[in-house]
Design a protein around this ligand. Structure first.
Ligand SMILES: NC(=O)c1ccc[n+]([C@@H]2O[C@H](COP(=O)([O-])OP(=O)(O)OC[C@H]3O[C@@H](n4cnc5c(N)ncnc54)[C@H](O)[C@@H]3O)[C@@H](O)[C@H]2O)c1
Length: 293
């Protein structure tokens, strides 16, 4: 049943792509990583190296494991370099137009048996599969952020995903030491269907002046025992990604309760995308994060 995954291609070297490269290389898989932006690709590799280094200093892995892992990752410039891959995981920007154009450019470079997966947080797997030449070998493999730390991976089958594809994806995720949950193909699946409306509500709470950034995050950390406040978490996820997920929920479920908060829209329009741009609900340019409201 299914194929064994030995070589993995990753498209997008942002926070998720580099995290996926990290865990795949540590598991001894060969990794080929691509990004349309050469600078992001360089930074993605540096992030993996820095995070592996941190694991060595904490005693979580040995120096030789770090060296081995790094030797398993290569940066590639074109989709043709994904030819030897058994599985290609798309982890590019959360935008359906971008993802669809990646899949139609990617497929001609792949062997017929190669599986294709998306790490989308919210977009229909069935719709994305339809932009490939292999919907039966297409699946959602939704890693959580930060990938090296978080245990869960959601698997989402599209309408055409065949059993061997699902079995191979499950074996691949287990080889990485992660735990699988299965979600049906509905907007934002399980984790983000529940998490993102909570974050959006926290932004409404800020927008309506119920509390400041600090009071909202402190309230949820100490009052609901969340490990980080919802606005801090939004900055961590990326505000552009949060907005895209809310738009998918709003349009996909046609319910006004998912309306993205106008303040979230404004932050994204300003280019204040959270940690990755050093400014969001907090300003990260100094020694300590400072609330922006
Ligand atoms: N951030 C999270 O917490 C999180 C969690 C789970 C899943 N995801 C999903 O993972 C995906 C990536 O999110 P991220 O947080 O890593 O975003 P990010 O902004 O950190 O990185 C996205 C990367 O994709 C690259 N990219 C864009 N278009 C491309 C193209 N045509 N070809 C190659 N590369 C391209 C960008 O240059 C960028 O480096 C999204 O689908 C997101 O929804 C994000």
């Amino acid at each position: 049943m299914g194929i064994e995954i030995k070589t993995v291609g990753i498209i997008g070297a942002g926070q998720m792509g580099s995290g996926i490269a990290h865990v795949c290389s540590l598991a001894g898989l060969d990794v080929r990583m691509n990004d349309r932006d050469p600078e992001r690709l360089k930074n993605g590799l540096a992030t993996v190296n820095g995070n592996l280094q941190r694991q060595v200093s904490k005693g979580a892995i040995t120096e030789s494991q770090r060296r081995d892992a790094i030797e398993h990752i290569i940066a590639v410039d074109t989709f043709d370099d994904f030819g030897p891959c058994d599985l290609v995981i798309e982890a590019a920007t959360e935008d359906e137009v971008i993802k669809r154009s990646i899949f139609s450019a990617l497929c001609p470079s792949l062997r017929p048996e190669t599986m294709v997966a998306t790490n989308t947080s919210s977009i229909s797997i069935t719709r994305l599969a339809a932009s490939t030449d292999r919907p039966e070998r297409f699946i959602g493999i939704h890693f959580m952020n930060p990938v090296p730390v978080m245990q869960l991976v959601e698997l989402i089958r599209g309408i055409a995903t065949e059993d061997p594809t699902y079995e191979s994806a499950k074996a691949f995720v287990r080889r990485l030491g992660k735990i699988v949950t299965v979600s049906e193909d509905f907007p934002a699946f399980i984790v983000n269907r529940i998490l993102l409306p909570m974050i959006n509500e926290a932004i409404y709470t800020l927008y309506e002046g119920v509390g400041s950034v600090d009071s909202i995050d402190t309230a949820m950390r100490l009052g609901a025992n969340h490990p980080m406040g919802p606005l801090q978490l939004a900055d961590f996820i990326g505000l552009d990604t949060c907005l895209s997920i809310m738009q998918v929920l709003y349009e996909g479920l046609a319910d006004s309760k998912y309306r993205p908060c106008p303040l979230l829209v404004k932050y994204v329009e300003a280019g204040w995308l959270g940690r990755k741009t050093k400014r969001g609900f907090y300003d990260y340019r100094g020694a300590e994060p400072v609330p922006t409201r």
